[in-house]
Design a binder for this molecule. Structure first.
Ligand SMILES: Nc1ncnc2c1ncn2[C@@H]1O[C@H](COP(=O)(O)OP(=O)(O)O)[C@@H](O)[C@H]1O
Ligand SMILES: [Mg+2]
Length: 339
C-alpha cells in the first residue's frame, strides 16, 4: 500500500494587491506554487524531488506533511484523507509524517537544550511516559552520531551546522515515523560534511524502515540516494520514474536539459544539449499549459493550452510532455548537434 499520496493537489498564493490595482479594480495576482500534483509515496522507498529553486518543492513537502492545507486536492495517509481525519487519526498522522528542514539554524529553538529539543515532539503528543522518552532521546542521539552524554545538555549555539542538522534528524526520527520529508537537508552545510549526513539519512531509512522524500536541486545527489525521482518545473511535476530511467532515459525536454547540465566525468562521452531559451520566470498568473513551454525548443500551440498531469495510479516512468513521443523531442540529441 502507498503510505502517502497527493491527489490533484494545487496551491495558489495570492500576492498583496498594490494600491493602484485596487483603484483600477485589477484582480489579485497569484502564484501557482503547485499545480495538479499527483504523487504516491511507496513503502520503504526514497523518492527524490528535483527542480530549480522556486519550483514548488518545499510547498509540496509542507502540504504532504500536513503543515499547509492545499488550495485544491487531497492528501491521503494510509487510505485516510487528511481533511477528514478525527483527532485520533490526526495524532497518528502528526507522529507518522515528519519533516527535516533545510535550515538547521532556524529550525531549532535557541532556548532549548538538545535533549529537550528532541523530546519536544513525543512530549507534545504524549507518546510515552517521560522515562521512556528520555531513553528514546538518548538512543536516537546515539544513532545520529551524537554522544548523548555530551550533547543532551548543550544549546544549539554550541553546535556546528552538521551537528545541528543531526539534531534535526533525531527530532524527526524519535517520533518513529513511517515517512520523512528531507527538504534540502544539506544545502546550508559545508561541502565537506554533506556526504556524511547524506549517508546517515540513507542508512537510517534502511534500518528504521521509513520512506523518505528527499528534496534537492542537485540531481547528482539524488542519483546517489533515490530509488525514484520526480522532476518539477514551476509548480508542475514534469517527470517521474525509477532513478535509472529518469537519469539515463529522460522523456521531458526540461529533464533532458537538467541532466545535460550535470557534469559527467568521462570526457569521451558527448551529450546533445537541448537549447533552453529565456530565464526561469515567476509562475504569476501564467497560461494554462506546460510551464516550460516559453523556454522549450519543441513547444507547439497545444503546449500553451494544456499539459499532461502525471498520474499517481501509474507506477511507470512518465512525463507531462504532450510531445514526448514526437520525433523531434525523441531525437533531441540530433537536433542539438545540428544547432
Ligand atoms: N507563503 C508564501 N506566500 C507567497 N508565495 C509563496 C509562499 N511560499 C512559497 N511561495 C512561492 O511559491 C513558489 C514555490 O516556492 P517553494 O515551494 O519554496 O519552491 P522551492 O522549494 O522549489 O524553492 C515560489 O515562487 C515562492 O516564491
Ligand atoms: Mg525549498
Amino acid at each position: 500500500m502507498d503510505i502517502l499520496s497527493l491527489e490533484n493537489v494545487s496551491q495558489e498564493f495570492f500576492l498583496p494587491r498594490k494600491l493602484g490595482d485596487i483603484v483600477t479594480r485589477k484582480p489579485a495576482r497569484s502564484i501557482r506554487a503547485v499545480q495538479a500534483m499527483n504523487l504516491a509515496i511507496h513503502e520503504n522507498e526514497i523518492l527524490g524531488i528535483a527542480g530549480e529553486s522556486g519550483c514548488g518543492k518545499s510547498t509540496t513537502c509542507l502540504i504532504a506533511a500536513g503543515l499547509l492545507s492545499p488550495t485544491d486536492g487531497v492528501v491521503v495517509h494510509r487510505g485516510q484523507s487528511l481533511a477528514a481525519m478525527d483527532d485520533v487519526a490526526k495524532k497518528i498522522f502528526r507522529r507518522s509524517v515528519q519533516i527535516i528542514f533545510q535550515d538547521p539554524y532556524e529550525s531549532l529553538n535557541p532556548r532549548f537544550q538538545i535533549g529537550d529539543a528532541v523530546a519536544e515532539g513525543p512530549r507534545a503528543l504524549q507518546l510515552w511516559p517521560e522515562d521512556v522518552i528520555q531513553d528514546k532521546v538518548r538512543s536516537i542521539l546515539h544513532s545520529v552520531g551524537l554522544d548523548p552524554d555530551r550533547f543532551m545538555k548543550r544549546f544549539p549555539h554550541e553546535l556546528s551546522g552538521g551537528e545541528r542538522q543531526r539534531v534535526g534528524i533525531a527530532a524527526a526520527l524519535v517520533m518513529e515515523p513511517d515517512i520523512v520529508f528531507a527538504d534540502e537537508p544539506l544545502s546550508m552545510l559545508d561541502v565537506s560534511i554533506r556526504a556524511d549526513i547524506l549517508a546517515l539519512i540513507k542508512t537510517l531509512a534502511a534500518e528504521r524502515k521509513f520512506s523518505c522524500v528527499y528534496v534537492s536541486h542537485d540531481l547528482s545527489i539524488l542519483g546517489n540516494v533515490a530509488d525514484r525521482i520526480m522532476i518539477m518545473y514551476l509548480g508542475q511535476a514534469v517527470e517521474i520514474g525509477s532513478a535509472k530511467d529518469v537519469l539515463t532515459n529522460p522523456k521531458h525536454p526540461y529533464t533532458k536539459a537538467l541532466i545535460s547540465a550535470v557534469p559527467i566525468p568521462d570526457p569521451t562521452i558527448e551529450r546533445g544539449i537541448p537549447k533552453i531559451i529565456g530565464d526561469l520566470s515567476m509562475p504569476v498568473n501564467t497560461h494554462q499549459g506546460c510551464q516550460f513551454a516559453p523556454r522549450c525548443p519543441y513547444a507547439k500551440d497545444a503546449c500553451w493550452q494544456s499539459f499532461k498531469p502525471l498520474s499517481e495510479a501509474q507506477a511507470l516512468h512518465q512525463s507531462s510532455c504532450l510531445r514526448e513521443t514526437d520525433a523531434d523531442v525523441l531525437n533531441e540529441v540530433v537536433d542539438a548537434d545540428r544547432g
